[in-house]
Ligand binder design. Sequence first.
Ligand SMILES: Cc1cc2nc3c(=O)[nH]c(=O)nc-3n(C[C@H](O)[C@H](O)[C@H](O)COP(=O)(O)OP(=O)(O)OC[C@H]3O[C@@H](n4cnc5c(N)ncnc54)[C@H](O)[C@@H]3O)c2cc1C
Length: 281
Amino acid sequence: MIKKTVSIIGGGVSGISAALQCEIEHIDYTLIEKLHLGGMIKYANSINNVPFIDKGINGNDITTLLKKRMKDLEKNIVYNKVIDVKFKENSFYISLLSGEIFISKYLIWATGSIPVNPDFFIPKECENKIFYYPDLDVDNIDNKVIVYGGGDIAFDYALTLRKTINNISIYCRNKIKANRSLINEVVEKDIKYNELSEISKLSFKKEMIDISFKNGISIKTNYLVIAIGRKPNNELINSMIDNRKLFRIGDANNDFRQLVCASSDGIKAIMEISQRENNGC
Ligand SMILES: Cc1cc2nc3c(=O)[nH]c(=O)nc-3n(C[C@H](O)[C@H](O)[C@H](O)COP(=O)(O)OP(=O)(O)OC[C@H]3O[C@@H](n4cnc5c(N)ncnc54)[C@H](O)[C@@H]3O)c2cc1C
């Protein structure tokens, strides 16, 4: 068992910001990440609301910057999935898929968000043609891709996909909710969007997904990307949400999911821990 003052779960922008602040405050910590450093930001097409980085930088470039920033801190990073968290004897017991257990006085929960599942049935044959992120490996640029959703993320995914695929359209259940800049960019890139188009049924015919909408329309597509919303990834800690030594940060805590908010959450949580430790409480 490994004992630290702070365990940070999740190596996205919020978790990385917490780790960097631990370095400044000289607090011992472990950061546990199940996949790769950087988290969700790698999917962003173009970031324009962070004042201290170049306008229009894309998510992959930010991920590269984050990985570079963490290069010298690898000794504090464990690449594995957290599968269970318990609070006993005034400490958090964090179990990993590998079987290892980490114990810490404070827990920083920086696990981001997970996609909301659709309420229509997904036939088994369609499963490998349906995605929740824009990382399709499409060999033919003329394949048809439908993005389902009307918010910023759906529009951003469509723009990312448009870089490698010609035939993208967006369908959404209600009215579009994406911000005006994204709508303008989608129109500029010749991506058609369709409002009031709620999916009622999917079937699989001749290697294509057949989508029926409640408005009576039916279309065929090679791939479907579902982006109808995201929710905080808090399942493992729901029972201890009021624990004063647990800090939920970034997208795991915020309804408005933004880089600067995620980063400031991470910094604030560690500053508070440092203050408590210095005051002996
Ligand atoms: C398409 C898109 C476009 C965006 N555009 C912008 C923009 O223009 N401007 C802006 O400010 N923000 C934008 N955002 C939002 C921004 O990316 C997020 O707010 C921010 O990256 C959230 O960081 P996070 O650390 O809270 O979560 P995440 O980045 O989701 O990181 C969570 C990490 O936790 C890990 N994890 C989860 N569960 C476990 C587990 N059980 N064990 C171990 N590790 C785990 C995940 O693998 C992941 O690496 C965009 C997001 C998307 C998806």
